[in-house]
Design a protein around this ligand. Structure first.
Ligand code: IVH
Length: 621
């Protein structure tokens, strides 16, 4: 199932018509008319319904266009979807395509019912329709007032019409609700006037339709032309969606609150005086980040224009300055996380702030724990995302250290794991064993498991390779908190560690909560038997002549790019540094080597030509 190209203005529609005329030779005469079918664009979910010998056999959502979700049992509960096609003149195989949606009235009633039952409210009719269609239990879908409108077809074992309208008329007679009000407009040249008239008519009728639409769809009537026009990438040339501008409204910002996302990203949100925009009650609008608040000069108490485009979270478009209260003040962004009180960090040149308390912050902890046990981190077999969630919900795991005390606490605060639903003697024993096995972990994976902002696997390896042991890493970063400490310079000199990363790392280490997590896991520098043993970094490829050596490349290399040379050296276990020091083992100097070559000479560090280097690593010719 494909998607549609978008038009936002009459000029875009002219361009579309122009494109069709250029594509089909016989339409190069502007006097030749193009009949265009105009329909409302329903804001629902695309669905394909397959009929064989007139019987509904399969239904699927659009998914990614190629693979969708099978929803046959659920679609069978939609009242206006025929289980058998009416009449007799349908093709033996026919795939009807259309939109599953919910009317505004049904949506409001469903939400009222959800509220009464203490269940989650849906944000808009589209989400309600999607949530209802993708239920595991068809009985739930059956109780939801979904509807279906046909707007096209896919596979058909025999052609059944010559125009779009004729085809839809027949599909209608086979038992499907039509997509009204539709109209066919004959277009001369690339003049969109007739199409504009339809667009405006629908825009006027929009609020009274009783269901959400987000524009109109224009389709070339003649199916033979559709066939010849075909597709560009994933959209047909023969159709276009002309979108309505987003709906807007005026309201007041009552409060600005910061939310913490699962990754620790801080998003300021405007809490608004509730207002209906396009049939949906809006109470909040995203303010994105501190820069956006500053740029739009948004303050608490301001009267603002908000806008909502389809499914998108409402936005604040503009402040009505004339209505600003005299006593308002600019918004002051918090310095600490509203969920856990940890410090917030901001990457250089980036607008977003992040919480540094990932391992203790309630907004992030489940996500962080999942990361902690994931394959490239602690790799605890049998402790998947679902289990983490269940253990967290039952209050058994709230910090990384809790994972390693789970077995000792088993059966104390809750029933023993082997008695839980879905668990048994063997699976519980296997999990505890996997946790025990995971207690020994190499330094690089340990660092990665901590989920420090900007510290992915590659960076964790760089750090481990440089610091070698946990105690050196922690000690050095503690010392590096002082701006002028040599450890700070050392950190910044590690090739591949940028200033932004170094900053986030230092902020993470400065946070007492995080130190607490490290202490709980590894013991505060040697006291008490630690829960986990972090093994020193082991250099790979110990057989290589440059394993463990520190190398600096300078000047122009002839045979290799700098990045390839670096990757090659690292693969052989060398450290590639940016600056020459007493710790440097080799300097590889190409033509144009300047200060670094001289410094190596002064320090007595061997300086190799590129050819000598290649010889050394066994890649010489
Ligand atoms: S025709 C090649 N007609 O809009 C796709 N689509 O933005 C041809 N939609 O995925 C689709 N109302 O689910 C068509 N009257 C209408 C429509 C319509 C809503 C949806 C459709 C499509 C999406 C594209």
């Amino acid at each position: 199932m494909l998607s549609l190209g978008n038009a936002f203005a009459a000029e875009d529609v002219s361009d579309w018509l122009e494109g069709i005329r250029n594509f089909l030779r016989e339409l190069q005469d502007p006097a030749a008319l193009i009949e265009v079918r105009c329909e409302p664009k329903i804001d629902g979910l695309s669905c394909a319904l397959r009929y064989e010998a007139g019987a509904l056999v399969q239904a699927a959502t659009r998914g990614n266009g190629e693979v969708g979700e099978e929803v046959t049992a659920n679609v069978r509960t939609i009242q206006n979807v025929p289980r058998r096609l009416q009449g007799r003149d349908w093709p033996a195989v026919l795939e009807v395509r259309g939109e599953v949606f919910m009317t505004d009235a049904d949506f409001l009633a469903l939400n009222a019912q959800q509220a009464a039952g203490g269940a989650k409210l849906f944000a808009n009719p589209r989400n309600a329709a999607a949530g209802s269609l993708r239920q595991l239990n068809p009985a739930v879908t059956a109780a939801r007032p979904l509807r279906f409108v046909a707007h096209g077809w896919g596979e058909a074992s025999a052609p059944f019409a010559r125009t779009q309208s004729e085809a839809l008329e027949r599909i209608h007679r086979w038992g499907f609700a039509p997509n009204d009000p539709a109209r066919v407009v004959a277009v001369a040249g690339a003049d969109p006037a007739g199409l504009c008239a339809y667009y405006e008519q629908i825009q006027q009728q929009r609020s009274g339709l009783g269901f959400s639409i987000d524009g109109i769809v224009l389709k070339v009537e003649r199916l033979d032309w559709q066939g010849r026009l075909g597709f560009v990438s994933r959209s047909p040339r023969w159709a276009v969606a002309w979108k309505f501008p987003p709906e807007s409204a005026v309201t007041v910002v009552e409060e600005i609150r910061c939310q913490v996302g699962r990754t620790g990203k801080i998003t300021p949100v405007a809490h608004l005086k509730p207002i209906t925009v396009g049939g949906v009650l809006v109470r909040r609008a995203t303010l994105h980040n501190a820069d956006e608040i500053a740029r739009k000069e948004i303050r608490v108490g301001d009267t603002v224009i908000i806008q909502r485009a389809g499914d998108v979270i409402p936005q604040v478009v503009e402040v009505l300055m004339a209505q600003r209260p005299a006593d308002s003040a600019p918004y002051r962004f918090p310095l600490r996380c509203p969920a856990c009180g940890s410090r917030l960090v901001r990457e250089a040149g980036q607008a977003d702030l992040f919480c540094t308390g990932g391992l203790v912050c309630p907004a992030q902890v489940v996500e962080r724990l999942k990361h902690f046990v994931s394959r490239d981190a602690f790799d605890i077999e049998g402790l998947g995302a679902k289990h983490i969630e269940a253990f967290y919900r039952r209050g058994l795991i709230a910090t990384p250290a809790d994972i390693f005390t789970l077995e000792a606490r088993d059966g104390q605060a809750a029933a023993p794991l082997r008695e839980w639903e879905g668990w048994g003697e063997t699976s519980a024993r296997n999990l505890f064993e996997a946790i025990r096995r995971a207690r020994r972990i190499p330094l690089d994976r340990f660092i990665y498991a901590l989920g420090i902002h900007q510290v992915g696997q590659a960076t964790a390896r760089l750090l481990a390779r440089h610091y070698l042991s946990l105690s050196r890493w922690r000690g050095s970063l503690a010392a590096a908190q002082a701006e002028r400490a040599p450890e700070r310079a050392e950190l910044l000199a590690i090739n591949g560690i940028g200033a932004g990363m170094a900053h986030d790392l230092l902020e993470f280490m400065a946070e007492p909560h995080n130190q607490g997590v490290l202490d709980a896991l590894t013991g505060p520098r040697g006291e008490a038997p630690p829960l986990v043993a972090v093994a020193d970094f082991e250099r790979p490829a110990a057989a290589s002549p440059i394993a463990g050596k520190t190398v600096v490349f300078t000047g122009r290399l002839e045979n290799l790019s700098r990045s390839e040379a670096k990757a090659q050296a690292e693969a052989l276990g060398a450290n590639v540094a940016g600056a020459v020091s007493a710790k440097t083992d080799y300097v590889v100097a190409g033509p144009g080597a300047g200060a670094k070559g001289r410094k190596a000479g002064a320090l007595g560090v061997p300086v190799l030509t590129e050819a000598q280097w290649l010889e050394l690593i066994g890649r010489g010719s």
